[in-house]
Ligand binder design. Structure first.
Ligand code: 3PG
Length: 306
């Protein structure tokens, strides 16, 4: 059977090699398309039995061209790029690879935070993380890694996640919160790890940003869609102490950068999970999951209903 690996953002070389080895050893055939166009995607998916993607958009129109497709594995955590309903109605199983790239994302949180606290390394006196408080919004795999690293910096940590029991956070030395307003008003830094869903889209904006203590830093390595960009822009206009760092360029990036040059930072391309280690872990896990599904219907990380 054919497993198509289609990634706009290529995996590290060692990862693609390991993916190829796993697929070849299983007796399946690999087609690897890196940095391809939508047209390339449509062409390659026609005879694919399995598909591995990253943030690449998989919609109803694309699946229309994939009559043989049985499984899609998102090599990573967030699957908001995949139309689950469109997959379900065609009997296609969709899985993600939870936890495989979360350390990489968590490390980037601190990479961006330190850069901002040291004034983007311009030589001016900055500030330290030790003794400061960090609010983690969603205590999943990335949030937990962020908490682990924050402890090493000597930070106080609070988290909000309605799906995680207080005891789980307490066991990690994290104070559980139950109100989003508290998360923003009580913490010098707030790090977002919520998925982009109908419930979360556009929910982080003016009101929450305005609650942050003086010199607050909002960190977004989740999804740009969770931000109300106009609202956040207004908050940064009214509060010259607030800062925003994000691994996902906002739609209004130019406007933000022009107006608040020293107080915002955006990576040019989403790169939280773009490390050799994360590529390897998520890529190989995705390959193994696709192989196991095609062989014996293994579906431990299935995220859609069939
Ligand atoms: C994820 O959801 O796993 C991360 O956002 C990484 O996405 P990427 O594969 O596009 O780097």
């Amino acid at each position: 059977m054919k497993i198509l690996v289609f990634t706009e953002k290529p995996f590290a070389k060692a990862a693609t090699k390991a993916i190829a080895n796993a697929i070849n050893a299983s007796g399946n055939d690999l087609e690897l398309v890196e940095g391809g166009t939508r047209e390339d995607f449509v062409k390659a998916i026609v005879d694919a039995d399995g598909l591995i993607v990253r943030s690449d958009k998989v919609d109803d129109g694309l699946l229309e061209s994939a009559p043989k497709l049985k499984v899609i594995v998102r090599a990573g955590a967030g699957y908001d790029n995949i139309d689950l309903e469109a997959a379900s109605k065609r009997g296609i199983c969709v899985m993600n690879t939870p936890g495989q790239n979360s350390n990489a994302v968590a490390e980037l949180v601190f990479g961006m935070v330190i850069m901002m606290c040291r004034n983007q390394y311009n030589g001016k006196s900055g500030s330290e993380l030790k003794g400061k408080s960090l609010g983690i919004y969603a205590f999943g795999q990335v949030g937990r890694n962020v908490a682990r690293i924050a402890k090493g910096f000597g930070m106080k940590i609070e988290a909000l996640d309605k799906f995680v029991k207080d005891e789980v956070m307490e066991a990690e030395g994290v104070k559980p919160l139950h109100e989003v307003k508290e998360l923003f008003s009580q913490n010098n830094f707030v790090s977002l790890h919520i998925p982009a869903t109908a419930e979360t889209k556009g929910t982080i904006g003016y009101e929450l940003a305005m609650l942050m203590p003086e010199n607050g830093v909002l960190i977004n390595t989740a999804r740009k869609e969770v931000i109300d960009e106009e609202g956040l822009f207004k908050a940064l206009q009214e509060r010259s102490d607030l800062r925003y760092v994000s691994d996902i360029k906002p739609d209004m990036a130019d406007k933000f950068e022009k107006e608040f040059a020293s107080r915002v930072f955006f990576t040019p391309k989403k790169m939280g999970a773009q490390t050799a280690e994360a590529n390897f872990n998520a890529g190989v896990a995705a390959a193994e999951q696709a192989i196991a599904y095609l062989k014996e219907g293994w579906n431990k990380y299935q995220v859609n209903k069939l």
